[in-house]
Design a protein around this ligand. Sequence first.
Ligand code: PHE
Length: 338
Amino acid sequence: MLNDILSIKNLAREEIEKAESLKEIQDLKVKYLGKKGILTGKIKSLGSIPQEDRREYGRILNEAKIYIEDLLGKYEETFNTAELNKILQTQRIDVTVPGCYIPIGRLHPTTQVLDEIIKIFTSLGFNVEEGPEIELDFYNFEALNMPKNHPARDMQDTFYISDDVVLRTHTSSVQVRVMQNNVPPLRVIAPGKVYRCDADVTHIPMFHQLEGFMVDKNITMSDLKGVLEVFIHMVFGVDTKLRFRPSFFPFTEPSAEIDISCVICKGAGCNVCKNTGWLEILGAGMINPRVFEMAGYDPEEYTGFAFGMGIERVAMLKYGIDDIRLFYENDKRFLEQF
Ligand code: PHE
């Protein structure tokens, strides 16, 4: 029996020292000290030992048990530490590694310019209104003093959906819509998409316009000049000069085209302004009494001004872009510059 215990102890030691993993140590624990373990078996069999020897055997068995337990515990700890170190090594977080680049999108230059323009006019007390892009011939033409077969309709190459329905060719279509539903005083801007069957370096079939109009008693051309001057100075700088050139629109009388001093050469003459020193930027005028009649307003009581501009055109002048098609080609190299 004594030899038995000694050889169990030695065998256990040999096996524990040879173990190469935590798993092996855990298996050895079961093998020697588990419920059905070798040493446990010996302890259970103490009962069959004669009374006088039992005490001594018990002591030796207990010593062996403690010895194996300690040894197992020591190895267990070693393997645990090794395992932990391995995890710490392989899964180490290097806080000095540069972070991942998360690409951030940006607003389209058209949107940026439109937002800026809207901000300027709302700060002047204008309200934003919208109208439909698929529009009745009535609001796009008739109500703006362009009856069917009126030659001025040829100024705009219209996409017709049916005899009475068009893709709006300008945001002026919003004027009568708003007037019909509101009473003056009105200070309104109407931004949005417009459509014309036209395409070259300065024209595309879909582009953006912003309409502005003001209606009240005693509105005059000088109100128009004042508002436009503030607007132009805010977008292009206070040194920018304005020039009103007589023009014609069926829905305004008198009408004007407004030029600004060339943003590139400051008026000296360059290829952008074709050596004139001026750039055309918007159309405007005093609202034609015929339009007020169409809206149900008394033209004797009210006067007003209206203007309309192309947003891409403003963006092109602001940033010196020479081809309008760049706005809709979605070339990131172009878009990322704004
Ligand atoms: N609607 C005109 C155009 O598209 C611009 C304009 C608006 C002119 C308002 C005068 C008054 O060319």
